[in-house]
Design a protein around this ligand. Structure first.
Ligand SMILES: *Cc1c(COP(=O)(O)O)cnc(C)c1O
Length: 438
């Protein structure tokens, strides 16, 4: 299936960095129009590749992507035949040991990297430790690490732990977005940024910030958790040093799916990830007493990978094989625009506001709104099978994953939101009891 970038009305399709000018866009004016737009959607048959409950509008693909049908089949095979029958022979017979290399080209294509610059292992949090340690091994003598305040907390926690371990004279600098540029100075070893913000969806200009870090002699690490699979990323073109990200969000790898790491080829020979183990050894099956780093991305591995997780992930990544990320981005922007406009039209006067004032072209693929009763509103929506989520203290998020969300889903979700607000259904006290996971 080859798609044309002209299939969506968004003017950004030929140039995603151009301002997303609302006046050029023709969006559905009725539910019937939305249904018609879905019928003409070149990505419509991609939705059929997922198992989605009929009665649910799923707007949490930015947090846990849905189950690809082929992932379910492949996992069955991984469990029953590979594990159940072939048992330990699978390491060779089913190429378990080389799964990280097998997954690399598919991820590399989505992030603008060479396959030899990518591997798959561990969680995003663990990989951040390894990647930042590796970056710091290339900037010895500098101890300043800069990141954004208010980013997804694990990123800051990992940096804090690493700073303590390395006995840095100061903790990592948590800079506010407005002060980020000036916080990067000639003592800075590494800058760690998340490409799309998990809460307000703000998108950093990767090329500009990378250049800025390099001008000060610092290296940069990009966390792609909320951008990979949702919008085009070109690490090589931006001259990025390191990157990493989740695969269970827009890549639909499944709960706890292993994360990925990218390191630019120029860093491979000297980088030292700190957390080393036998899977990263040059010759793991020589069982030497001393460590010798493996070549290239192999040294970023530590111990035995999550095989079933990688089997599911491989199938989930195949869904992207023929897709053009520019087309996905165009649809994502059209979905976000429709959602925002309908919220303006139908939900005004109820205390809702957009979490970001940035134009859509400078945001990712989820819409973030603020409301002081955000948790109860989301619970009320979930009761109606419109699944979004809540991030404390007051943000409600709607992930508009372009692979499977339809224009009619956006239409119906905003109708449900308007109804929850006008009826006051969210005031039901049972909805304010917070579950363990929000
Ligand atoms: C989702 C997310 C993570 C998740 O980390 P895990 O180790 O998988 O729990 C980390 N960083 C960012 C920016 C995220 O959005």
């Amino acid at each position: 299936m080859k798609l044309s970038v002209c299939d969506y009305p968004a003017p950004t399709t030929d140039n995603p960095s151009r301002d997303y000018s609302r006046s050029d866009v023709v969006l559905p004016a009725s539910r019937a129009d939305a249904v018609a737009m879905d019928a003409a959607d070149p990505l419509a048959n991609v939705r059929d590749q997922f198992q989605l409950p009929d009665d649910t509008i799923y707007l949490c693909g930015n947090s846990l992507g849905p189950l690809a049908k082929r992932a379910a089949t492949r996992l069955q095979d991984g469990v029953q035949r590979q594990w159940g029958q072939d048992l330990i022979r699978s390491w060779n017979a089913n190429s378990w040991f080389t799964l990280p290399e097998r997954l690399a080209p598919r991820i590399a294509r989505l992030i603008g990297a060479e396959a030899r610059e990518v591997t798959v292992a561990d969680s995003t949090s663990v990989n951040l430790f390894k990647v930042v340690a590796a970056a710091r091994s290339l900037r010895q003598g500098r101890t300043r690490v800069v990141t954004e305040a208010g980013n997804f907390p694990t990123d800051a926690y990992v940096l804090e732990g690493l700073a303590e371990l390395m006995r840095d004279p100061q903790p990592p600098v948590l800079a506010r977005r407005e002060q980020l540029l000036e916080s990067i100075d000639d003592d800075t070893a590494v800058v760690v940024l998340t490409h799309v913000h998990y809460k307000d969806s703000a998108l950093f200009d990767m090329a500009e910030l990378t250049q800025h870090a390099h001008r000060h002699g610092a290296l940069i690490v990009w966390d792609l958790s909320h951008s990979v699979g949702a919008l085009p990323v070109d690490l090589n073109a931006c001259d990025a040093d390191f990157a990493l990200g989740c695969t269970y969000k827009y890549l639909n790898g499944g709960p706890g799916a292993p994360a990925f790491i990218y390191a630019a080829t120029r860093h491979h020979a000297a980088m030292q990830p700190g957390l080393v183990g036998w899977w990263g050894h040059a010759q793991p099956f020589a069982f030497d007493d001393t460590y010798a780093a493996g070549a290239g991305m192999r040294r970023m591995l530590t111990g035995t990978g999550s095989i079933l997780g990688m089997i599911a992930l491989e199938a989930a990544l195949e869904v992207f094989d023929e897709l053009d990320m520019q087309v996905l981005r165009a649809k994502s922007l059209a979905l976000c625009d429709l959602f925002s406009r309908l919220v303006e039209q139908k939900c005004a006067g109820h205390g809702l506001s957009q979490a970001s004032a940035l134009p859509l072209a400078q945001r990712g693929s989820h819409i973030a709104l603020r409301h002081e009763a955000g948790y109860a509103i989301i619970q009320s929506l979930i009761r109606r099978n419109v699944v979004g989520d809540f991030r404390a203290p007051d943000v409600i998020r709607f992930g508009l994953a372009p692979l499977f969300v339809r224009f009619q889903d956006v239409w119906d979700a905003v109708d449900a939101l308007a109804d929850v607000l006008t009826s006051g259904a969210w005031r039901n006290s049972a909805l304010t009891q917070r579950a363990t996971v929000t």
